[in-house]
Write a protein that binds this ligand. Structure first.
Ligand code: GTP
Ligand code: MG
Length: 333
């Protein structure tokens, strides 16, 4: 199952204790202290794996422990450091302190982050040797590793987000434009997890997200809800996909409402409007498409600039133009 929030505990390793030991060698009757230091405890480290796109591999409530450092040994031998524990996450994961709710780090720019530090190793007894203390039996214990509860909250990083009602043809479009192969079917909510696809253009890679369908009341949890919209908050722009034969104006109105309910300025991200399934229009209806465009346009915020595309994802018609339109918008600064 797709998972985009998990709460886990991370416990770094404890440092190894310092050692109490004295040199024992033939012909050296009073060997000095030679107890080595303990090793450092392992860190808990969060690392980005670009091949991941969900947090499903992490069990909610899991406890991650790094290894403890080993105690020091005689002969001034340093104990081995505890092995670090690596937690792999998709790019775009936010690491939040579960207690305070504060953001610790956003794994968007950062690829590796030590979220809990291992404890320092203790000192062996040779450190305590002094003119007045030739036979030191002191040592220090290893320090405890840091321990904290964290929430991992994934916000996928896509350049472009496809939004629309269920069945509008979003998945069909992303299949045509990118390497992604989400399921396409004639029932609503076929796509229940966001899907990312990469569209290549010259040396550029444009990541497009197919978001589960939005319906009226989605912002209040109807259908699949719109919590998925958090994944498009970071996109550069949005492409609205409408089924041209299924009340496009009405649907557009509802979509805009739901987007605003989720986040006020989200609708400002809308740049492209795709009217899909033109293969279902009759000759005479095809001549009317400009009217539909005009009507849809009046619903959109006035100050925006919009590009309209009439396509058939099924037949591939208009898809090259759409691709180029997306590239053009992507290259704008
Ligand atoms: N005639 C026609 N059918 C299309 C076209 N594009 C998609 N469809 C069909 O419409 C249905 C829904 O397509 P999807 O791509 O699954 O739609 P979606 O927007 O991803 O739907 P959800 O995942 O449920 O939100 C499928 O039966 C598609 O075959 C088109 O251009 N023309
Ligand atoms: Mg779909």
């Amino acid at each position: 199952m797709f998972k985009d929030v998990v709460r886990v505990k991370v416990i770094a390793g404890r440092g190894g204790d310092g050692c109490v030991s004295f040199r024992r060698e033939k012909y050296v009757p009073k060997g000095g202290p030679d107890g080595g230091d303990g090793g450092k405890g392992g860190d808990c480290i969060i690392v980005v794996n670009e091949n991941l796109s969900t947090l499903s591999h992490i069990v909610d409530g899991a406890i991650f422990r790094a290894k403890n450092g080993m105690p020091g040994r005689g002969g001034k031998c340093h104990g081995a450091n505890g092995e670090d524990l690596i937690i792999e996450v998709p790019k775009g994961t936010q690491v939040i302190d579960a207690k305070s709710g504060k953001l610790i780090v956003d794994m968007t720019e950062v690829y590796r982050y030590v979220v809990a530090r291992g404890g320092k190793g203790g000192l062996g007894n040779w450190h305590f040797k002094s003119p007045t203390n030739q036979v030191p039996t002191q040592f220090t214990k290893g320090e405890l590793g840091e321990e904290r509860e964290i929430i991992l909250n994934l916000k996928l990083i896509a350049d472009v987000g496809l939004v629309g009602f269920p069945n509008a043809g979003k998945s069909s479009i992303i299949r045509k434009l990118t390497n992604a192969t989400p399921k396409v079917a004639d029932y609503p909510f076929t796509t229940i997890d966001p899907v990312l696809g990469v569209m290549g253009y010259q040396d550029k890679k444009i990541v497009i997200a197919d978001i589960p369908g939005i319906i009226q009341g989605a912002s209040k949890g109807v259908g699949l809800g719109i919590e998925f919209l958090k994944h498009i908050e970071r996109t550069k722009f949005l492409v609205v996909v409408l089924d041209i034969v299924d009340k496009p104006c009405e649907k557009m109105k509802i979509l805009l409402n739901e987007l605003v309910s989720f986040k006020k300025d989200l609708q400002e991200k809308i740049k492209l409007i795709v009217l899909n399934k033109i293969d279902l229009l009759s000759e005479s209806e095809l001549k009317q498409v400009d009217n539909i465009k005009k009507q849809v346009k009046t619903l959109l915020p006035e100050d925006g600039e919009y590009k309209f595309f009439f396509v058939s994802a099924l037949l591939g018609e208009g898809m090259d133009k759409l691709k180029f339109g997306i590239v053009k918008e992507f290259l704008k600064d």
